[in-house]
Write a protein that binds this ligand. Structure first.
Ligand code: URA
Length: 214
């Protein structure tokens, strides 16, 4: 597929979404419509070469969880395990996060749609690294389209990279567990499961988000 054709499809999805915003209502057509749009987007991501991360890609790591969930959780980037199996948060950080979510009272599979700021693993000398600004920029279209399609009430920004992607400049220390309203969506920054901060603090923030759902 040529680059211009891919761009055309991305623009087409966007226009289509704006024109069809009301389609995401309570009828059975809704689920099918959303699924198709997400599948189209995921298929584009699978062959994407907008930045150099595709060169190391074993699998595109698009999402996991419930597409109808009120909460979307955006992590940093896929690691080695995620690259191997094509799903976000399946490695050590994922297990930590899963435990914290359960302790906070969530049913992770049912309550949350998980994805990352970038869909391919950033790597240096065989080790995970943070995505660069260029990589974040290149992948941002996919993330924004995911948000448009899922229409979450709450977005959990898991870690500094996810926070940065939303143009938030404050430090995590200042904003973790607090609600930032943006375009009608409640953003909740939380520490990344890897962050060297007490689990009690991470848990308290997740419990606050759970309270906000009621
Ligand atoms: N796995 C992911 O998918 N994202 C992270 O941010 C960390 C681990």
């Amino acid at each position: 597929m040529t680059k211009s054709f891919k761009l055309w499809i991305i623009n087409h999805i966007s226009t289509d979404l704006i024109q069809n915003q009301n389609l995401k209502s309570e009828n059975s057509f809704t689920g099918g419509y959303m699924k198709t749009k997400l599948e189209e987007l995921e298929n584009l991501a699978k062959t994407c070469q907008k930045c150099s991360l595709w060169k190391n890609r074993k699998n595109t790591v698009f999402s996991k969880g419930n597409e109808n969930a009120k909460i979307m959780l955006i992590g940093e980037a896929p690691g080695a395990e995620e690259n191997k199996c094509g799903l976000p948060f399946v490695g050590k950080s994922g297990q930590l996060l899963n435990n914290l979510l359960i302790q906070a009272g969530f049913d992770p599979k049912q309550d949350i749609y998980f994805c990352n700021t970038v869909k391919c693993r950033p790597v240096k000398n065989d080790k995970d690294r943070k995505p660069t600004n260029e990589e974040l920029h290149a992948c941002n279209d996919y993330l924004q389209k995911q948000i448009e399609i899922i229409k979450p009430q709450i977005i959990i920004l898991c870690g500094n990279t996810a926070v940065k992607t939303f143009g938030i400049k404050d430090s995590m220390k200042q904003i973790h567990g607090k609600c930032i309203l943006k375009n009608g969506i409640k953003l909740f920054p939380i520490y990344h499961p890897r962050a060297s901060v007490l689990n009690d603090i991470k848990l308290k923030d997740l419990k606050k988000i759970k309270e906000n759902l009621r």
